[in-house]
Each structure stands twice: as structure tokens, then as C-alpha cells.
Design a protein around this ligand. Structure first.
Ligand SMILES: [Zn+2]
Length: 899
């Protein structure tokens, strides 16, 4: 019957609609339709808001894409994560995630149960893009990648989506995308098109945002770490970068030597296997200049994908040759078979200060020798953003194909490695690390435990005393058992590194490692952690999440007849040993309003029943109000203990005032300045940023107590960037005029503090009676590219207050000082020194005798002021909590008066 047929047709029609959600959603435009230009077109870039809006549109229009926003970036921009897979996989995403967690912590997952998980779980992989914002191609590329994965109806794409859950972070530095695209768009088409941005592309840490993966200081690092080690435990983590422009077109794994012994060989093998898939795909597609096995090594911790290795995940890096952001590069051509010559290490376009004019064609490639790992060398020509995108699309699909083809193997490998790590930990070497509760700085311990917990490490506290390796440990001791899946990670962060530097011929300089050679956190942070070799038993409570110590006001045990409290003249005592005490001091100084005064004791003293060392922080009320509630609030807010003291403090005292700090910021995007700024903000030091013009204007003593220079070479401080391709307002440095203004500032009573390399500027500009003994020593005689060294500190003098007399310093081709005879009214003294033996504690040093007995921190009086030369990296990447105080003391001392 016609009527009936019609009804049936309607039912079928509606049924079809219900099962085809894409018909209801708006179709996703192609990136070209959306942007109005093809992705990768010369001199055109999608902005970050455009990228974000496109990804949101993809999620709305496709049942293969989910969009979520993680914690906002440092500067408040959206930080999205896309989850891309088949609709069926996305519908059971919670089960897939739970299965990944079971594989990651397989304590009770039998091989049989693991196999049944593996049989049905897709491969979860994470791809992160443009952590280094000027390496701009991959975020642009992601538009085409997502469009195809979201829309293409083909067996090829459907097979990938059925087998893989792709976690895609379109940029792990959204702020940098905004900054770099804005900078480029401002300059494109002008004579400054090739100028590099005069500030960092991450607010605080610039390129070092990929040196933060274990210290987790920045919100972006924490976002990635949460994806990796709390939420997803992906099998594979690929981080897509760009490198310099003159040599190979792309680097893919395998990586180069040396191999860190804490990376399981199977992690190395699986990473290499996936890298070879990329290598194969690129060569099959006929791309030139594909390189593996050189430059990027298996040694270092610190960058995000390297951390994955120590978590038994395949960690992959790709580095594509850079264009000039979106402007093409011309390079002169070279013939085949030129002798191989390694390029400088490093992937940062900004790292090699380009003395050459970027507007001219690049010199021809120097390495055109075809070989197994570089079969078709790049010979020069034109290189553009679109080339970068094509290479990156090729390797990204190669990885998706690899994860699809090797899905079960990758899961089984991850499961087996985690089981193997647990078994290895039970055997010892070591069995556990113990952290006793009594520590120089409990805040540093809490910080260490926090970053380990966030990275998936299982931490315990013993609620009762116990014995291990024949020694008694008190209740409250922290236990980190090594029988856990990510044993290699915590082991590598706590034990000293022994960098295997290749021997060289006499007179030949050692090869530069990729980054630093040592990082041992317990040394850098001044923490006493004990290695336990033999199995022991103790009651253990899991600690997660890690919270900072409870702060609070401690009442003194013995009350006093004299009734000082009633007279409101009582004192409060804070330990100088705790870094967080600096925060408390700054907050107290800011809010004093005449109700109390803040001091450092200038010598050891006894008050009531307590003995206190020089440097102890004393707060004394002026009698106008009861301060207990204020002190309680400050103590809780800063996680320190403040002791109520019922007795007088009879000691010579330094009276503190909030220092007026000027921090020099050059136009050379100095990362160490960014880290310094970050540290000042973390510890509540107010500061003013000073540019070249501010310093050259002079009259600094009326505005500042102290001027601080982060590590920067003398030449860079004086001259900055000079090329005419830079905007005039960002050219140059302090120059003679600025140098004189600094000299005048110190002579009239100011304090100049220089970190690491900036010492040479101060020594020369002021003619200080100090010599940097390493200034002209060649690399074949002395070389220390990032290691932890022992120092001795004079903690009886204000600059050393709160420091242990023996600790660790971070040294990165730093200066070392000799105090020369004073020939004016100037005098100099050593605050910290290297020992008269090899100071190496972790990493590598060549020519240690050059440091024997040398001065590491010098205090020089000059005119009415002083210069503090902190010779090493006291605040290196915000890691060495052991030496932050040397910087803090120098800042506070600049506004202190002895009474
Ligand atoms: Zn990079």
C-alpha cells in the first residue's frame, strides 16, 4: 500500500539520520577554506586563536575528535588537548584510560590478564607541538592533520583511528605562539623581517621550557606531565621540533651516544624502531636530507620526551630544518661528497648568535657525504614553511602507522618493562631511598617529593621507627622504594651522574655534550637522602598528593616570669636555613607599618633556653599590637615554623628593609634573566625590570638598593644585538654610558650582584681586584659543561647566612675567581670556595685542578657600595635550592644596616 510504504520510508529516513551524526553537525571546512590560504604559504601564519577555534570546530563537527582545555598557559591563553580516535574508541575512553593505568602499574596484573587488555586496547600515543615557539611549523601542520583525521572516509584513516588514540597538544607553549606570530606579522614585509624577537617566547623561561620536565616549575610543563604520568601513560611520546637551517632537513631517531645506563635497552630499541619507520617513510616519499643517529643523544634528563624514556615509554624527537618563521630561506648549493663535519649542538635557532646577515643566502651545506644514516644529503636551495609541514605530516602519519602496526608489541613492551623495573628494585642497587625528616630545608624536601609524585613516582612515609641497613630511622622518614615501575626515573634523579666523555687526543677539545652532564636533585636541593642497599620491612603509608609542610607559630616550651609577652615586646624567631623564610621576611617587610622590625642576628646568640646561629631571623614588636595572629598567618602562608620567643635577644643585629631591586633585562632574550625573574616572584621579592635606556639614564642610587645581572657575557651586556636587520630600538647593549652609570651606582653606595658569566662585566667595568682565572683557558685544558661541584661557604658572614658550610653548586662553564691585592680602598673577600681537591659531585669536569681553592663567590667593597660576584648558577633553571639563599642574602643585605 502506498501509504504504508511512505511511512516506512519516513522511518528509514529518520533512522538514517540518527546513525549519521555528521549529517547533523556542520561540516568542518578545510584549513584552506578556513584561513583563506593554504597552510604553509610563504609569509602567512594561522594565529593561535585561529588554531584553537579550528580545533573546537573539529570537535563539534566530528565524532572522532574531542577537545578539552587543560590549565591555562602562564599568560592566560587556552592550552588545549585533543583526543582523536574512532567513535567506538572515544565511546569507551574511560576503559582505555583505566587499562593504560593497569599496564603502567602492573603490580597485580598477570601476564594473562595483560594479554586480554592488550587484545582490545588501542595504542595511546601523545604528540606535542611547538614547545619552542619559533619552531612554528608543527602547530600550522596540525590544522591539516586534524582535518584529515576528522573527515576522511577511507580504510587507511579508519584503520589508524581504530588502532590508535592520539592525544594531540597543538602547542605546549600557547603564549609563544601568540608572541611569535605577533612579532612576525609586525615585521613581515619590512626591513626587519628576519629580526629575532628581543624577548623570551615563554614569559619566564624561553627555550628552557624544554629543560623543565623534572623540576616542573612552569604550568605548561605541569600540563604535559599530568597527561603523561597521571592521566594517560601513553606508550609513545613524540615531540616535534625544528633545528638550524644550514644542514640536514630533518632528524629522526635513533638517537646518538652516549646512552644513559638508566634507560632500559628495550626503550631505546622501540624508540629506534619507530624512528626508522619515519626514516623509511621520508625516504620512500623522496625527501632529501633525512638524518638519524647524530647530535641528539640518549644521555640527558630535562626535556619532556627524555623523561618518557625513564618511564619505559618510547620517547621520540623530530627536528626539521627551520625557515625564517614563515619566510623562505635561500641556501647556496654544494656538491656531493664533502667531508662530514658535525654542526654545533642544539636545536635553538637563537642559540647560535648569528653574526652573519640573515637577509643574505646561507652558505652552502658543509656536510654532503652520503652515508647510512644520511643517505641523501641536503645540497642547498630554497627551504620554506610548506616544506617543514610536508616533512612533519609524513613523520606524523608514519608514527600513526607504526603505532597501528605494532600496537600489541608496544603495549606488551610497556607492561613487561614496568614489571621488570619492579623486579629489579626488589633486588636492590639500591633497594630504596630514605629521606629522614630532619633536614636543612624541609621546604626543599617537600618540593622534591612533589615533583616526583607528579611524575608518577610512588612515595611513602613511615609512621613508626624502623631499621634499614643496620641503622635506626625515626618515624616520619620518607621511603621511596625502588621496586616500582618508574624506578629508572627516580634513580636517575637521585644518584650522581657519571658522564662518559669520550677520550680525546692531547690538545684536542672534548666534544660538547647535548646539554648538561649532571642534575642529581638531592645534591642541587641540599637534601640528605640515604641509599638503602638491603631489603627491610617498615610500616608505610602512601603520600600522594604531596603537600608543603604545615607552617605555624610554635609556642616556646618554657614560659617566663618576666611577662615579656604582656608587654608586647616579645620576639619571634625564624630559621634562616629555610628558603621559604625569605618569603616570610619579604611579606613582613612589606606590611610592617611600624608595628615590628625584622633583623638578622649578626652572630651566634643564646636566648632563653635556645642557641641560635648567626643569621637567625628575629622579628621584634614595637609594642603597638599583639603580633601572634599576624605571625601565625605568615607562618601558615609560607609553610614555615615561627617560634614565639619569650626572652630578649641580646645580639648585634642587622636591621632589614625591603630592598629596591633592579633586574637588568637585555634585548637578547636572556633565559637566565627569565629564570631569575621567576625566582624573585616565587620568593616575593619586588623588583623593577631595567632596560638599557633605564641604566644609561643614570641616577640609579636614588631608585635602587641593588642591581642584579643574570648570567650574560660581558660582550653581550655591552653590545647586545647590533645587526641593522634588528629594529633600532632593540639594538645594542649598555655601552660605555651604561657601564659608567653602574660604576657610579656602586661608588655611591649601591650593591651590584652578578650571576655567573656577568662577573666579567663587573670586574672590567669597575676594575675590581678580582681575576676570573678561567677567562682565557681553552676547552682542551678546562671544560665543565653543566655539573654539580662541591663548595665551602663562610656562613658566619651575612652573604652566607643560613647556608651549610659545605654544599653543592651548579657550574656551567662558569668563572672562578682569584682575589688580587687591593691597591685602592677596595677590598675583596671570599664567601664561597671550591675545595683543594676535585670538586666534582655529579656530571663531568675536565681539568678540575683549575678550580682548586678558587673563589666561587666574592664580596667586594667598592666606594660606598659593594659588588657580589656569584660565580656559578645559583638559581640554574630554578633547580639548585641549595644555593638560592646566596642570591637572596645578597638582595636583602643591600638594604640592611648593622646596629
Ligand atoms: Zn626545539
Amino acid at each position: 500500500m502506498p501509504t504504508r510504504r511512505l511511512t516506512r520510508a519516513f522511518v528509514l529516513f529518520f533512522a538514517a539520520l540518527a546513525f549519521a551524526p555528521s549529517a547533523l553537525a556542520q561540516a568542518l571546512p578545510t584549513p584552506e577554506q578556513y584561513l583563506g590560504f593554504r597552510v604553509g604559504t610563504d609569509k602567512k601564519l594561522a594565529t593561535w586563536p585561529q588554531v584553537v577555534a579550528y580545533m573546537q570546530m573539529a570537535a563539534r563537527s566530528s565524532d572522532r575528535v574531542r577537545y578539552e582545555e587543560l590549565a591555562k598557559s602562564t599568560m592566560g591563553h587556552p592550552f588545549p588537548l585533543l583526543t582523536i580516535s574512532s567513535p567506538a574508541n572515544l565511546a569507551r575512553l574511560d576503559d582505555i584510560r583505566a587499562a593504560q593505568r593497569q599496564l603502567a602499574y602492573p603490580y597485580s596484573l598477570s601476564p594473562q590478564d595483560a594479554e586480554s587488555l592488550i587484545a582490545k586496547n588501542p595504542a595511546v600515543i601523545l604528540i606535542t607541538l611547538t614547545i619552542h615557539a619559533s619552531e612554528i611549523g608543527s602547530t600550522q601542520m596540525s590544522l591539516e592533520l586534524v582535518h584529515r583525521l576528522a573527515t576522511e572516509q577511507s580504510p587507511y584513516i579508519e584503520n589508524l583511528l581504530n588502532n590508535v588514540v592520539l592525544l594531540l597538544a597543538p602547542s605546549v607553549n600557547p603564549d609563544g605562539q601568540v608572541l611569535i606570530v605577533d612579532w612576525y606579522n609586525k615585521n613581515v614585509g619590512t626591513e626587519f623581517e628576519s629580526s629575532s624577537m628581543p624577548w623570551l617566547y615563554h614569559k619566564y623561561v624561553g627555550h628552557d621550557n624544554n629543560r623543565d620536565s623534572f623540576m616542573l616549575t612552569q604550568v605548561e610543563t605541569r600540563n604535559v606531565t599530568k597527561i603523561l604520568y597521571k592521566d594517560w601513560f601513553p606508550l609513545v611520546f613524540l615531540d616535534e621540533h625544528q633545528m638550524g637551517s644550514s644542514g640536514a632537513r630533518i632528524f629522526v631517531p635513533p638517537f646518538d651516544d652516549p646512552v644513559n645506563p638508566n634507560i632500559d635497552p628495550a626503550v631505546l630499541a622501540v624508540s629506534n624502531l619507530l624512528g626508522m619507520r619515519m626514516f623509511t617513510a621520508l625516504n620512500a616519499a623522496g625527501y632529501e636530507g633525512v638524518l638519524y643517529g647524530e647530535r641528539f643523544t640518549w644521555w640527558w634528563q630535562g626535556s619532556a620526551k627524555n623523561g618518557a624514556w625513564y618511564h619505559n615509554m618510547a620517547g621520540l624527537l623530530t627536528e626539521v630544518a627551520s625557515a625564517r618563521i614563515a619566510s623562505p630561506i635561500e641556501q647556496q648549493r654544494a656538491p656531493l661528497f664533502q667531508t662530514a663535519q658535525r654542526e654545533a649542538v642544539g636545536d635553538a635557532p637563537g642559540e647560535t648568535a648569528s653574526a652573519t646577515d640573515p637577509r643574505r643566502p646561507l652558505a652552502a651545506p658543509t656536510d654532503t657525504w652520503p652515508r647510512t644514516n644520511y643517505p641523501r644529503p641536503w645540497l642547498g636551495g630554497t627551504w620554506r614553511l610548506r616544506d617543514i609541514i610536508d616533512y612533519e605530516l609524513t613523520i606524523t602519519y608514519a608514527l600513526l602507522e607504526g603505532a597501528t602496526a605494532d600496537r600489541a608489541m608496544l603495549q606488551r613492551n610497556f607492561y613487561n618493562l614496568n614489571r621488570k623495573a619492579i623486579a629489579a628494585g626488589k633486588k636492590g642497587d639500591p633497594f630504596a631511598y630514605l629521606i629522614p625528616p630532619l633536614q636543612h630545608d624541609p621546604g626543599a624536601v617537600a618540593k622534591l617529593l612533589e615533583v616526583l609524585d607528579l611524575a608518577g613516582i610512588e612515595i611513602y612515609r613511615a609512621p613508626a621507627a624502623f631499621t634499614a641497613d643496620g641503622k635506626e630511622y625515626v618515624s616520619g622518614s620518607i621511603v621511596i622504594p625502588m621496586a616500582q615501575p618508574f624506578r629508572n626515573y627516580v634513580k636517575d634523579l637521585l644518584e650522581p651522574q657519571k658522564y662518559p666523555m669520550k677520550p680525546t687526543a692531547p690538545g684536542q677539545a672534548p666534544e660538547r655534550p647535548y646539554d648538561v652532564t649532571g642534575w642529581t636533585l638531592r645534591l642541587q636541593m641540599g637534601i640528605n637522602a640515604v641509599k638503602i642497599e638491603k631489603p627491610f620491612t617498615a610500616q608505610l603509608d602512601r603520600v600522594s598528593p604531596v603537600v608543603p609542610p604545615d607552617g605555624g607559630l610554635l609556642a616556646q616550651a618554657v614560659s617566663d616570669e618576666r611577662g615579656l609577652r604582656k608587654s608586647r615586646r616579645a620576639t619571634y624567631i625564624l630559621a634562616h636555613e629555610w628558603n621559604a623564610s625569605a618569603v616570610a621576611v619579604n611579606r613582613l617587610l612589606r606590611d610592617a607599618r611600624g608595628e615590628y622590625e625584622v633583623f638578622w642576628a649578626a652572630g651566634d646568640f643564646r636566648s632563653g633556653t635556645g642557641d641560635y646561629p648567626a643569621g637567625t631571623i628575629v622579628v621584634r614588636g614595637t609594642g603597638t599590637r599583639d603580633l601572634d595572629s599576624l605571625m601565625e598567618k605568615v607562618a601558615r602562608g609560607t609553610h614555615i615554623s615561627i617560634l614565639q620567643n619569650e626572652y630578649e635577644v641580646n645580639a648585634e643585629l642587622w636591621k632589614l628593609r625591603l630592598p629596591r631591586i633592579g633586574l637588568y633585562q637585555p634585548w637578547t632574550a636572556n633565559m637566565d634573566e627569565g629564570w631569575t625573574r621567576w625566582l624573585l616572584e616565587q620568593y616575593d621579592f619586588p623588583y623593577t625590570t631595567l632596560h638599557n635606556d633605564d641604566i644609561r639614564a643614570g641616577n640609579l642610587a636614588s631608585k635602587f638598593d641593588v642591581i642584579l645581572f643574570a648570567s650574560q657575557s660581558k660582550n653581550s651586556i655591552l653590545n647586545g644585538n647590533r645587526g641593522v636587520w634588528n629594529r633600532p630600538e632593540y639594538r645594542g647593549g649598555l655601552g660605555e654610558e651604561g657601564s659608567k652609570a653602574i660604576e657610579e651606582f656602586v661608588r655611591s653606595g649601591g650593591t651590584l650582584v652578578t650571576l655567573d658569566a656577568a662577573a666579567d662585566f663587573a670586574i672590567d667595568a669597575l676594575g675590581l681586584p678580582v681575576r676570573n682565572t678561567l677567562r682565557d683557558v681553552p676547552r682542551d685544558k678546562f671544560f665543565c659543561p653543566g655539573a654539580i661541584l662541591e663548595i665551602f661557604v663562610d656562613n658566619q658572614t651575612p652573604l652566607g647566612y643560613g647556608m651549610p658550610s659545605r654544599t653543592s653548586a651548579y657550574f656551567l662553564n662558569s668563572p672562578a675567581f682569584e682575589l688580587t691585592a687591593p691597591f685602592t680602598t677596595t677590598s675583596a673577600r671570599a664567601i664561597a670556595r671550591y675545595p683543594a681537591t676535585n670538586p666534582l659531585q655529579s656530571g663531568w669536569i675536565g681539568g678540575p685542578e683549575f678550580l682548586y681553592d678558587r673563589v666561587a663567590v666574592a664580596d667586594v667593597t667598592y666606594g660606598k657600595g659593594r659588588v657580589v660576584l656569584i660565580g656559578f648558577r645559583a638559581q640554574f633553571r630554578a633547580q639548585p635550592h641549595a644555593t638560592f639563599k646566596l642570591l637572596f642574602n645578597a638582595l636583602h643585605l643591600s638594604a640592611a644596616t648593622l646596629r
